[in-house]
Design a protein around this ligand. Structure first.
Ligand code: DGJ
Length: 755
């Protein structure tokens, strides 16, 4: 996968020369072998010049598209891998079914401009200065390179070029798609809507859509609904990813509830600004999934000679159910997206001070917590909100990123040294894109926030959003973070973002291109992260947005982990984590053990239960350690030590959702199998037992049937008759009985291959 530091970018110069080459190649009708595939290289991309059919293969997936007789780029197949010997016939545009549904609407386009009489979702809509808004894109040329294919299209009359980029991941069969729009018309024009591309599923009517919904403290709910004629739009209009929908979808065609059977087409957008994914079943039962920046209030002014690259839209296929679709995405995220891929660092066990101290941080208090955290095996101590400026509560201080002299009279150094002397790394909370009106920064630069002149500025959590699209704001934000990281030995930033946009005006935008803010803000956000990482390679970053409001494959290119939710109630968290893993890997899923009763529901649960819930992801501790008993410390030490032995399996393994907590199930069981297949760990949770019914038998998955594994419970009890060792077949077919009875009970066990 391309290491894409700036997802949306204006390009000039060399890219133009490349395009010129592509056009020439297309005009000469050259086939793929002409374009630099070295001899002996695995052929993942084939082009048949006679039929004008392109085929991309990766893992167990084939994706086939062709140029039809109208010179449109048309989807031909997306699904389980075809035999190498299979060839598909040339693309032919679909017939009109009546004067009301012309061929333009019945043909499954890869990328279609709004022009002619198009009624389905367009991939590109532009408005020219002369009032013309017609855009008919036709194939011009293509280029095949390593794992990528680039197809260039052009409007039939005007010099608007679109280059479609396809990159197939050979490990997972996940295809990355994006498009570059180039203006060579001589005048600026406005892009009113743009998508990364359209995924066309095989025509059919028996599809089910899964997607994720939520809100603050209630993120990651899995929704399911049949795909009916008409359109469903998953979206954020908030300026950022949002928790209300997450930019992920999965569509299966057998309507079964099974996690591991059936065909599933799935995808995720890599974009942390306003976005949309529309799922449309049209007049001819064609299901189209189109995704990119949200079209609502969108406009991007593209000057002559400029280019705009869309976000990446990733898509994959599995014929082993939505469980396998998730595992493919997890592998792809670790292998191709996260910083340090394909081998990102395992997440250290961290302590975070937020729930213990909220804003009331000071040197002595943090040092005392650090000593206690170190004693249970914590590897990274993170000081949360409250350390800077005039920050006593959420009314003041955001924007003033100097160390508060009353709280840390000697600066951060003595405290950081203390953390290091205890054998831990030091991490710090920041919320760089925000400002409190009660701050020196806002008093000095009231024009730096998103605003419409003369209109009230809506505050949320007493803060406003800095307009990161502005070059001076970008420079300020990068500057203070760079200084902080240069002057202090900081291994980790928890990057927070605690509200969504309002009044998204940019009065000082160059050339009056105010609405470019939707692209330029996110582009600058990414470029700051990229530049900081380049300059301070030791620093890791967490994407936090009041919980899980900024989790997507765009931000995950620059951040090592994410905070799924502010809801740390262990029972609620089971459902939250379950939904999260449909799209995202446990490798990035931070999960804290916090106090009981928990602040969210006033629910009490044992420390062991709380640990076991958090140990399914990247373990953190966020409790007030000053309140812990000696027994709590002993239990925590034991669980942290246990976690370190299973961490690699949890964070890198194949995750099986054996029993999901969805639909109010009182049970939840997950299993992770290590990448080498030699270890597995399973966690079982019970909400409350009823009428003496035993816990459901747990049938594991993903083991080697013929190999022998030894079982060992590290929490809860196995049924006394459970053999100590048995074959993979036994553990998967006969299964395991755990003894769980009561309320909020949990068990966990490992299997280790012994032959
Ligand atoms: C929201 C985060 O999600 C919390 O963990 C904490 O960092 C607070 N912000 C601090 O203001």
């Amino acid at each position: 996968m391309r290491n894409c530091h700036v997802v949306m970018t204006r390009l000039v110069g060399s890219a133009t020369r490349l395009l010129a080459g592509l056009i020439l190649a297309g005009a000469l009708g050259l086939s793929s072998s002409t374009f630099g595939q070295s001899a002996g290289q695995a052929q993942m991309i084939h082009y048949d010049a006679a039929t004008k059919v392109f085929r991309l293969d990766g893992a167990d997936v084939s994706y086939v598209l062709g140029i039809n007789e109208q010179s449109e780029v048309q989807t031909l197949y997306w699904g389980k891998r075809l035999a190498d010997s299979d060839t598909l016939p040339a693309a032919i545009s679909s017939p009109a079914i009546s004067s009301f549904d012309m061929a333009l609407n019945t043909t499954p386009h890869e990328f279609v401009g709004w022009g002619g009489g198009l009624y389905v979702e367009p991939d590109l809509k532009v408005s020219f200065p002369d009032g013309n808004r017609d855009l008919i894109l036709k194939y011009v040329s293509h280029q095949i390179h390593n794992d990528g294919l680039a197809i260039t299209m052009k409007d039939q009359l005007r010099d608007v070029y679109v280059t479609l980029d396809y990159r197939m991941d050979k490990e997972t069969g996940i295809l990355r798609r994006s498009a570059v729009i180039e203006n060579r018309t001589g005048d600026p024009f406005t892009i009113e809507q743009v998508a990364s591309g359209t995924w066309n599923l095989p025509r059919g009517t028996d599809y089910r859509l899964r997607y994720l919904t939520g809100r603050w403290a209630g993120e990651w709910n899995v929704q399911e609904q049949p795909v009916h004629p008409g359109k469903v739009v998953l979206e954020s209009r908030r300026g950022t990813t949002g928790a209300q929908n997450n930019p992920w979808f999965a569509i299966d065609d057998n309507r079964s509830n099974d996690q591991d059977q059936g065909n599933v087409w799935f995808g995720a957008l890599g974009w942390s600004g306003s976005w949309q994914i529309s799922v449309e079943q049209d007049q001819v039962q064609q299901v189209r999934v189109t995704g990119g920046p949200n079209a609502f209030d969108f406009a991007y002014r593209l000057g002559n000679g400029e280019k705009l690259e869309t976000p990446a839209f990733y898509g994959g296929f599995s014929d082993h159910g939505v469980g396998d679709a998730s595992r493919l995405l997890h592998r792809f995220e670790v292998g191709s997206i996260l910083p340090g891929h394909p081998s990102p660092r395992l997440r250290p066990v961290l302590y975070n001070s937020w729930e213990a101290t909220t804003f009331d941080v000071n040197e002595a208090g943090q040092m005392a917590l650090a000593e206690k955290a170190a004693s249970i095996g914590v590897e990274r101590f993170v000081m949360d909100d409250g350390w800077f400026g005039g920050r006593k509560n959420d009314h003041a201080g955001l924007g003033d990123w100097y160390v508060n002299p009353k709280k840390f009279p000697n600066g951060l150094k003595p405290f950081i040294d203390k953390v290091h002397s205890l054998g831990m790394e030091f991490g710090l909370w920041v919320e760089p894109e925000m400002v409190n009106p009660d701050s020196d920064l806002y008093r000095e630069h009231p024009d730096w926030v998103l605003n419409f002149p003369g209109r009230p500025r809506t505050e949320a959590r007493n803060q406003l959003v800095l307009n990161l699209a502005r070059p001076d704001v970008r420079a300020y934000v990068f500057g203070f973070l760079d200084k902080l990281l240069t002057e202090n030995d900081i291994a980790f930033l928890k990057w927070d973002y605690n509200r969504n946009w309002s009044e998204p005006g940019w009065p000082a935008a160059p050339n009056g291109a105010q609405q470019n803010v939707y692209v330029d803000f996110t582009r600058n956000f990414y470029s700051i992260l990229a530049e900081l990482r380049q300059k301070h390679p030791q620093v890791e970053i967490e994407s936090c947005s009041g919980g899980g409001s900024r989790v997507d494959l765009g931000v995950m290119q620059y951040t090592d982990e994410v905070w799924p939710s502010d809801n740390t109630d262990a029972f609620d968290r089971i459902l939250i984590q379950n939904g999260f893993t449909y799209a995202y890997s446990p490798a990035v899923m931070m999960a804290w053990v916090t106090d009981s009763p928990n602040w969210v529901n006033q629910r009490s649960a044992s420390l062991e239960y709380r640990f076991l819930v958090a140990m399914q992801g990247s373990l953190g501790i966020g409790a007030d350690l000053n309140k812990w008993t000696a027994d709590d410390f002993d239990k925590a030490k034991q669980m942290v030590a246990e976690y370190k032995t299973i961490r690699e399996t949890v964070q890198r393994g194949q995750l099986y959702r054996l029993i999901t907590p969805e639909h109010d199930s009182p049970y939840s069981v997950t299993e992770s199998v290590s990448p080498d297949g030699k270890k597995a760990v399973a966690f079982a949770f019970l909400h409350s037992s009823k009428e003496l019914y035993p816990y459901p038998r747990i049938q594991l998955r993903g083991l080697d049937r013929g190999a022998r594994y030894e079982i060992s419970a590290f929490a809860g009890k196995l049924a006394p008759a459970t053999p100590k060792t048995a074959s993979g077949a036994f553990w998967m077919q006969h299964g395991i009985d755990v003894l769980l009875r009561g309320d909020f009970q949990a068990a966990a066990f490992t299997l280790t291959r012994v032959d």
